[in-house]
Design a protein around this ligand. Structure first.
Ligand code: SAM
Ligand code: SF4
Length: 540
């Protein structure tokens, strides 16, 4: 069938698939915003699209394989519809460059993390050229310690936002820094994302104000080592704690979290800011990676297990009740059973809220690839992964059980996964849920397909809430309830039945049950009608 005869191909239809971290989700949001200005609309069906983009991750081999298989599936559709533009963006594009064209010659453009702003022009060029050629826009290569010569080739890219690509209409990511200078020996990020560069605080605050005006209530500040943020402005050093205080002053913003933290940079002034600023969530993601000093040294993490313990102690001293989550790599080069057991001991001792556990994946271009043998067999990595996951799940469930009978304050994000699945079956639109990003095992690389989704802004922004039990709701009102989900102030996922009108507001939930990943409860709030002092049951 000729391309012209294809009934399913529409000009200006974009399909984008995102693999990897929140930074990639934000990049996709920006790419979509730029392409919308060129008249594109989103579709969640690649068959419908005339432009297909993959925003990629190269942290582990598994994530790259997924993209290469997805590309392989496009080979025939590209043959039938040669005018389709296929692009590979992000970390894998930066890392593999020409290899992508060799493995998938039908790919038109390869664009690194530092060149995403150029995508609209590159797509136009591809479309306009009579003879399709491979177009590549990537940054200079980077070796450990190099900075200046490559910093200009990794540009921060935050000119536009696209609300429809956000986790929900009232939650937004804000990049406060790009790149990384830590060069942990296993990690490709310093090569794919370039040197660490903090954004000027004035730009960040301006962006946050715009987001607040658009109805955003919760900001997630992003950086590879977010707590290393520093910027000198008019001769004065602005630290992460200072930036938090500035963002805290913005009207409309109710919650601020920041990910991911580097243990060595967890300073007391930052912990005090988290304690003292009510909008700062009492939650810190501070990956330990291993509980064994020899392994930490091989990883070049720059701290010992005792220093990590001391940091945990300071966190709990400054912020009682603070949740901490971690990342661990199992099966890193030279990890003995004894070193693995030390990581298990660290989980028992630190009682992380959750841990993201990864089997070591050797990555070309890293120090570990050059220096160490990947000597732990796959079956041993798999066993350690599942043993660690089992232990972490036990710890999480025990600690979640402590919440039973307590009340937590939840920003209601939308229907729970099962309610969303039911709604999809019944043909109702639904939002993607951030739980899709919760990753407790190596097998679930989080991803998000590009699709148009969104809600109207919540219609009850100017109401307060006071406790009432759902059990008192009328039968008609109860029929409106669906299973909703959101996160507590210490970042625990909470599910409960409630009126969808609650979505986007903060509700108080009493917890009666739990699993290792979720607290289950019921709404104990009711709206206070403004000006009257009258209490209105939330479901009526
Ligand atoms: N900057 C963050 C930090 O320092 O913790 C993490 C960024 S990295 C993209 C996310 C996680 O992926 C890391 O914390 C680490 O556990 C894991 N990771 C990175 N490289 C890996 C590799 N080669 N194999 C397995 N896991 C890896
Ligand atoms: Fe990778 Fe280490 Fe930088 Fe995190 S701190 S991004 S693990 S190099």
């Amino acid at each position: 069938m000729s391309a012209e005869a294809s009934p399913s191909l529409h000009n200006g239809r974009l399909y984008i698939e995102t693999v990897g971290c929140q930074m990639n989700m934000l990049d996709s949001e920006l790419v979509v915003a730029a392409l919308r200005k060129d008249g594109y609309v989103l579709t969640d069906n690649p068959k419908d699209a005339d432009t297909i983009l993959f925003n990629t991750c190269s942290v582990r081999e598994h994530a790259e394989h997924k993209i290469y298989s997805a590309l392989g599936r496009l080979k025939f559709s590209k043959r039938n519809q040669p005018q389709k533009v296929i692009g590979v963006l992000g970390c894998m594009a930066q890392k593999d460059q020409d290899l992508i064209f060799q493995k998938a010659p039908f790919v038109d453009i390869v664009v690194g993390t530092g060149q995403l702003a150029e995508i609209p022009r590159l797509i136009r060029e591809t479309r306009d050229s009579a003879q399709r050629t491979h177009i590549k826009a990537v940054s200079l290569g980077r070796r450990e310690g190099s900075r200046d010569e490559v910093s200009d080739s990794f540009q921060s890219y935050d000119p536009l936002r696209d609300p429809e690509m956000r986790p929900t209409p009232f939650q937004a990511f804000v990049r406060i820094m790009i790149g990384c200078d830590k060069f942990c020996t296993y990690c490709v990020v310093p090569a794919t994302r370039g040197p660490e560069q903090s954004r000027p605080p004035a730009h960040i605050v301006k962006e946050a104000r715009v987001l607040a005006d658009q109805g955003v209530k919760e900001l997630t500040l992003l950086g590879q080592t977010v707590n290393s943020y520093k910027y000198t402005e008019n001769g004065r050093l602005v630290r992460m704690s200072d930036l938090l205080a500035q963002l805290h002053d913005i009207d409309g913003i109710e919650r601020i979290r920041f990910i991911t933290n580097f243990p060595r940079d967890m300073t007391d002034d930052l912990l005090q800011a988290v304690r003292d600023l009510p909008k700062a969530l009492k939650y810190l993601h501070v990956p330990a990676q291993s509980g064994c000093d020899e392994i930490l040294k091989r990883m070049k993490r720059g701290y010992t297990v005792n220093e990590y313990r001391e940091m945990m102690h300071r966190i709990h001293e400054h912020i009682p009740g603070c949740s901490v989550s971690s990342d661990f790599i199992v099966g890193f080069c030279g990890e003995t059973e004894e070193s693995f057991e030390k990581s298990m001991d660290l989980i028992r001792e630190c009682r992380f809220k959750n841990s993201f556990i990864f089997k070591y994946s050797k990555r070309e271009g890293t120090k570990a690839f050059d220096l160490f043998e990947d000597d732990i067999p796959e079956d041993v990595k798999r066993r350690r992964n599942s043993e660690m996951l089992e232990l972490q799940n036990r710890v999480s469930e025990e600690d979640n059980a402590e919440f039973i009978g307590r009340r937590v304050s939840v920003l209601v994000e939308g229907p729970s996964k099962s309610a969303a699945r039911r709604a999809a079956r019944d043909g109702q639109p639904h939002d993607h849920h951030p739980e899709e990003l919760v990753q407790l095992s190596d097998d679930s690389v989080p991803h998000r397909k590009g699709s148009a989704h969104g809600h109207d802004p919540p219609d009850h922004q100017d109401t307060d809430f006071e406790p009432v039990s759902l059990q008192h709701a009328s039968p008609a009102a109860a029929a409106l309830a669906m299973q909703l989900t959101g996160r507590s102030e210490c970042d625990r996922i909470v599910v409960f039945d409630g009126n969808p009108r609650l979505i986007g507001s903060t509700a108080e939930i009493e917890i009666h049950d739990c699993s290792c990943t979720t607290l289950m409860g019921s709404v104990v709030t009711r709206q206070l009608q403004h000006g009257t002092g009258r209490l209105l049951p939330i479901l009526s």
